[in-house]
Design a protein around this ligand. Structure first.
Ligand code: B12
Length: 463
């Protein structure tokens, strides 16, 4: 039975972006793991990645050429429009093709997705067990009668590794040359670059995310064993010769015993490749020893959700951090030479212009290596989304606006001109910071520093 998975993450970017920039350089781990699980059960699976196509006619032609019996589509809220268009075309090409959707939006806005009659099955939650079981049932001529299927939670240590060749094969057909299907987005992480996910869920309770994510992955965080993750890294070393990587986990450092065990095992397995991961200001401040240990084995950068420079806003977001912690965390990172990727939001509900100025002044003090600003965007299933609905604050009118990218107002009550100014001002470095940053980057890339790094690597490899 032929199954085609479809990645339709082109909202806001359009076709033909494969391998280009941030949006064109990611794989969908969700689809890769589903492909691996389906293949492990004997089902052949291929992929259509809209980013590798020219236009909708090209998509139609691919479908006609492949003649799948089942199409599986993944969907964040922002992906709804391109996914809906795919479904329309699939059913027009051959109404007997069985369509299955899953991912965050079907799980969090199930009713909305149910209303789309081009969809035969909706799988909520995780798909590793349920998707192959569905294929089995369809192949056996015994498909479930109900459209809505609740995904069974898998044991993460029992799953095959994500099948990254799903994307690479597809990209190669479209003329992509690289040896890895993922594109690095910072100079600190050299290609070949890969991403990996050690676990699912997050133990924190931020109102802009929770409880939505609990509904996808369950309330408790589950993490693969260190052994399983190291085995995947060994496979990736062998397969893609990666020179850097990043963890996609929402907050890898929440589980300190796991991270400590990982650091020891990473070094023992002879890895020296630098990596980035997500952390939080409070964890960095309370556990500088953990930071130190991570740096020793290759940590090169942290993504940190600083979110706001106002303590009142941080409390409103249930972030569990303070402005003082944000500043101290940045100081600790700088002491260790860790690159800071600063995530923060502007234009939150209840936020005043004065509080936005506090975020700007905090960023000037933090002086991060990378700014990652967003206009707060209410996402289905989170407490803050419901707050916005209750208070009639949301300006989201179309699925395409679920992008956090700061291009349009998302919340009523903010002066958009002021937000635009704040966005630019928050990223304007103080002259002294700009000068120091230039020096830092020269030092980081100087031949002497590179030589020291090489020697360290050799020493570790030899140890
Ligand atoms: C890595 C990541 C990214 C990466 C890579 C995205 C990608 N293409 O995969 C980047 C940085 C590019 C990114 C971008 C965005 N992201 Co993001 N991202 C994540 C993150 C942290 C991990 C995703 C992941 O790999 N998870 C692990 C895999 C295994 O899970 P999964 O994909 O959900 O798949 C499982 C199930 O959902 C299900 N499933 C999924 N698809 C299908 C399909 C079928 C047929 C079936 C049966 C089952 C099924 O089975 C899979 C295995 O169990 C998640 C949070 C999280 N922890 O998941 C947010 C998350 C998915 N992102 C989110 C958002 C909002 C965005 C952006 C819109 C942000 C923005 N810039 O505005 C963009 C949109 C990108 C786009 N489509 O164009 C939200 C989505 C919320 C929503 N309602 O849609 C999440 C949940 C974060 C959050 N808590 O708010 N993201």
């Amino acid at each position: 039975m032929r199954t085609t998975l479809i990645y339709a993450g082109i909202s806001g970017t359009g076709f033909g972006i494969m391998g280009k920039g941030m949006d064109g350089g990611w794989i969908s781990h969700g689809l890769c793991i589903l492909a691996a699980c389906a293949k492990a059960q004997g089902f052949p699976v291929d992929l259509i990645d809209l980013r590798a196509l020219r236009d909708w006619d090209h998509f139609r032609a691919e479908l006609v050429a492949r003649q799948p019996q089942v199409c599986g589509l993944t969907m964040m809220s922002v992906d709804y429009n391109p996914v809906a268009r795919c479904l329309e075309i699939i059913k027009a090409v051959d109404a007997s093709i069985i369509t299955v959707v899953g991912g965050p939006h079907p799980t969090l806005a199930t009713k909305d997705v149910m209303a789309n009659l081009h969809i035969d099955y909706i799988v909520t939650g995780e798909g590793e067990v349920t998707f192959p079981a569905l294929l089995e049932a369809i192949q056996g001529g015994n498909p479930p009668w109900q459209r809505l299927l609740e995904g069974e939670r898998p044991d993460l240590n029992e799953q095959p590794f994500a099948d990254r060749d799903l994307f690479l094969d597809e990209w190669r057909k479209a003329g992509y040359q690289s040896s890895s299907p993922e594109v690095s987005f910072v100079s600190e992480l050299e290609p070949p670059f890969v991403t990996i996910i050690a676990g699912r869920g997050c133990r924190y309770n931020c109102s802009f995310c929770k409880p939505a994510e609990d509904r996808i992955f369950g309330r408790a965080t589950r993490r693969r064993s260190v052994k399983h993750v190291i085995a995947e890294l060994e496979y990736l070393r062998e397969r893609f010769h990666f020179r850097s990587f990043m963890f996609h986990d929402d907050c890898l450092t929440e589980d300190r015993p796991w991270v400590t065990e990982f650091c020891t095992a990473y070094r023992k397995a002879g890895f020296t490749q630098p990596f980035f991961c997500q952390s939080r200001a409070d964890i960095i401040v309370r556990h500088p020893d953990l930071v130190q240990r991570m740096v020793e084995v290759g940590l090169r950068g942290y993504f940190i959700g600083f979110e706001s420079g106002s303590d009142r806003v941080l409390r409103f977001l249930r972030k569990g951090t303070t402005r003082a912690m944000n500043l101290e965390a940045a100081r600790i990172c700088k002491r260790h030479g860790i690159t800071i990727w600063a995530n923060y939001m502007l234009g939150l509900p209840t936020e005043t212009p004065e509080e936005i100025r506090e975020t700007i002044s905090m960023l000037k003090e933090i002086d991060p290596d990378y700014y990652s600003p967003a206009y707060y965007t209410p996402h289905p299933g989170s407490d803050l989304y419901h707050y916005c609905l209750e208070h009639d604050l949301s300006l989201i009118k179309d699925y395409d606006s679920y992008r956090r990218n700061p291009t349009e107002p998302k919340i009523k009550g903010h002066d958009f001109q002021f937000l635009k100014w704040a966005l630019a001002e928050s990223q304007r470095r103080k002259p002294w910071n700009a000068f120091r940053r230039r020096l830092r980057s020269l030092a980081r890339n100087s031949p002497a520093t590179r030589a020291v790094r090489r020697i360290k690597k050799m020493a570790v490899a030899g140890a």
